[in-house]
Design a protein around this ligand. Structure first.
Ligand SMILES: *Cc1c(COP(=O)(O)O)cnc(C)c1O
Ligand code: SF4
Length: 342
């Protein structure tokens, strides 16, 4: 494995950026010059699921624009509190697959480890917005038990760091965990699902790259980027350094009304990811989690959108449209047919 410590970069402290995230609705509205009339609803919705936006992400939001696609993902709105039939707290039934603390084992051969309960950003559409993370912050004994679970099941060939956001954990924890996992002979691959490189690209330090890439395991990192405007010089630089260390970079997005539900937004996202050497992997239909109904894009629109994308982009820049359904043994592919009326 290549160690990236040779390519030292400016060490803006990600810990400080994480700690100084904006969590007060008043500050957010003020900083972005938004209508103070929003405050009441924003405060109420933030009671249900806290506001959290780190500065590097905030800096990419256009002030004064309530329709900014990045703002929509993080701004608590009063309408989140309207009960909508069919929108529930745990749409994927994960609390049942959560047999041991810190582990979600739903699919053959792959296992999610809840490495960190925290996130650097709180996304309003998050399907885990009501997940009982307090029960998933592991003690040392629980980490040992989670590792034993992996040791004892030789069908597990891939371990996936998840969360929360796994990169909210510190490098020492990640290095230790990765070494322990690499010592389990039947584990062949390591994967990390994270939104941190998008919201705080400074998280991708040489120390982190060493912690993740310092073992025999091939590493894939799946970024969670929903919009081209989330990518900038800093994220491109982070992607380059990860790729230089041999990390395979993929992206998954959630299809969100008012954020990325147009053909031009999806083309721009795929092109911008391509520019950074990140390949689109999945485009998820919204999970029907309580509080997120205003983000729903109906199936037929999603299918038509991807049907058009296929006529506009190289195949490898078109994500697979999927839905997560409780009880299914994999993410469920959603059928797409070509739409060639452009
Ligand atoms: C998405 C997911 C995975 C990984 O699925 P892939 O199709 O391999 O990307 C594994 N476990 C759980 C619980 C998941 O939600
Ligand atoms: S970063 Fe991921 S897990 Fe965290 S709030 Fe956003 S969507 Fe949810």
């Amino acid at each position: 494995m290549i160690h990236a410590s040779a390519v030292r970069v400016e060490p803006a402290s990600w810990q400080n950026l994480l700690a100084s995230s904006i969590t007060d609705p008043r500050t957010l509205l003020h900083r972005l010059q938004l209508d103070p009339q929003l405050l009441e609803g924003t405060l109420a919705a933030a009671q249900d699921f806290a506001l959290r936006v780190p500065e590097p992400y905030l800096s990419r939001i256009r002030p004064g624009d309530i329709n900014d696609p990045l703002l929509r993902q993080v701004l608590p709105l009063g309408i989140e509190l309207d009960e909508q039939p069919g929108y529930v707290a745990d749409p994927l039934g994960e609390q049942h697959s959560n047999a041991r603390p810190g582990i979600i084992h739903k699919y053959h051969g792959r296992l999610l480890l809840v490495v960190s309960a925290g996130c650097a950003v709180n996304c309003r559409y998050c399907f885990r917005r009501h997940f009982p993370y307090q029960d998933n912050s592991l003690s040392t004994a629980e980490w040992d038990a989670a590792l034993d679970y992996i040791r004892q099941d030789d069908s597990i060939s891939e371990v996936i760091y998840s969360g929360g956001d796994p990169l909210a954990a510190n490098d020492r924890r990640l290095a230790w965990l990765t070494r322990e996992i690499a010592a389990i002979p039947h584990v062949r691959r390591l994967r990390i699902h994270t939104r941190l490189p998008i919201v705080i690209p400074q998280r991708i330090t040489p120390e982190l790259i060493d912690a993740l890439c310092g073992t025999r395991l091939p590493v894939t990192m799946v970024w969670h980027c929903n919009h081209a405007a989330e990518l900038d010089e800093l994220t491109r630089d982070a992607a380059n350094r990860l790729r230089q260390a041999g990390v395979t970079l993929l992206n998954q997005a959630v299809l969100l009304r008012g954020v990325n539900d147009t053909l031009s937004a999806q083309i721009a996202l795929s092109e911008a990811l391509g520019d950074s050497g990140v390949l689109p992997y999945y485009l998820h239909l919204l999970d029907r989690v309580r509080g997120a109904s205003h983000f729903l894009v109906p199936d037929y629109q999603a299918q038509e959108l991807v049907g058009r994308l296929l006529t506009r982009l190289p195949g490898y820049l078109v994500p697979r449209l999927v839905r997560e359904t409780a009880g299914e043994p994999a993410k469920v592919p959603v059928s797409v047919t070509l739409v060639h009326d452009l």
